[in-house]
Design a protein around this ligand. Structure first.
Ligand code: SF4
Length: 226
């Protein structure tokens, strides 16, 4: 573990308590351990109605709960209101990843995170989504800041979790914990598009629930976060 590279972090503007939107255990593992190491008070907010099918959703959530319990971190299990998600995404089904559909998806998840934070005494929200190299950090930060701006005295913390060895530790922790390794971003459209891409390469379709970090020789972040 490259702990020596992990910097001690401080919340911006003297903030006290974070609600961490988590998309999955592999992405949030390093974020959680970094905040624990810096003595930052936080809880996890799991709100990801984008994840399809429900079997995949449950695996990702249970992996995250397992890791939160290991560290004694509070875990808020929010709604799986996928009908609302599909309503919001309507018309954007064929957008590419990192396009407009993803902005709407992030907006929806962060709006709920911000509301919960505001109602329950958190002064800061942030997300594990940005640690994945598959994601556009500016797009995520924009959604996070828009959501936080709805409430007085709430901010979105735009810390770059990939830096100072964060990306490497994300893989190390995932392998150490043998986290489930998702192979697509999360929604039914990302599953469709990833399978199309695999078919074009002559590869097998994604099989849900079979791939775990550390049970093979992969050292790279081959999956993608939600
Ligand atoms: S590709 Fe990922 S971020 Fe984009 S809409 Fe689907 S689940 Fe959301």
């Amino acid at each position: 573990m490259t702990d020596s590279l992990r910097p001690s972090m401080k919340l911006p503007e003297g903030r006290k308590k974070v609600l961490l939107h988590s998309c999955c255990a592999p992405c949030s593992g390093e974020v959680m351990e970094a905040m624990v190491a810096s003595g930052i008070e936080f809880d996890i907010f799991f709100y990801n109605p984008n994840i399809h099918p429900v079997k995949e959703y449950e695996i990702r959530k249970q992996e995250n709960i397992r890791f939160a319990e290991q560290h004694g971190i509070g875990f808020i299990d929010a709604d799986y209101d996928m009908d609302n998600w599909f309503d919001r995404i309507k018309g954007l089904e064929n957008e590419p990843e990192r396009g407009e559909r993803c902005t709407v998806c992030f907006d929806m998840r962060f709006e709920r995170t911000a509301l919960y934070a505001y109602e329950h005494g958190y002064d800061t929200i942030t997300s594990s989504l940005g640690i994945s190299r598959w994601k556009d950090m500016n797009q995520i930060n924009g959604s996070g800041e828009r959501a936080a701006a709805r409430y007085e005295d709430l901010i979105y913390w735009t810390y770059n979790w990939r830096k100072h060895g964060g990306s490497q530790r994300m893989i190390e922790i995932s392998k150490r914990e043998q986290f489930y390794q998702q192979e697509y971003c999360g929604c039914v459209y990302s599953l469709r598009d990833t399978n199309r891409h695999r078919r074009a390469q002559g590869r097998e379709r994604i099989k849900i629930g079979v791939k775990y970090y550390g049970r093979e020789e992969s050292l790279t972040d081959t999956g993608s976060s939600t």
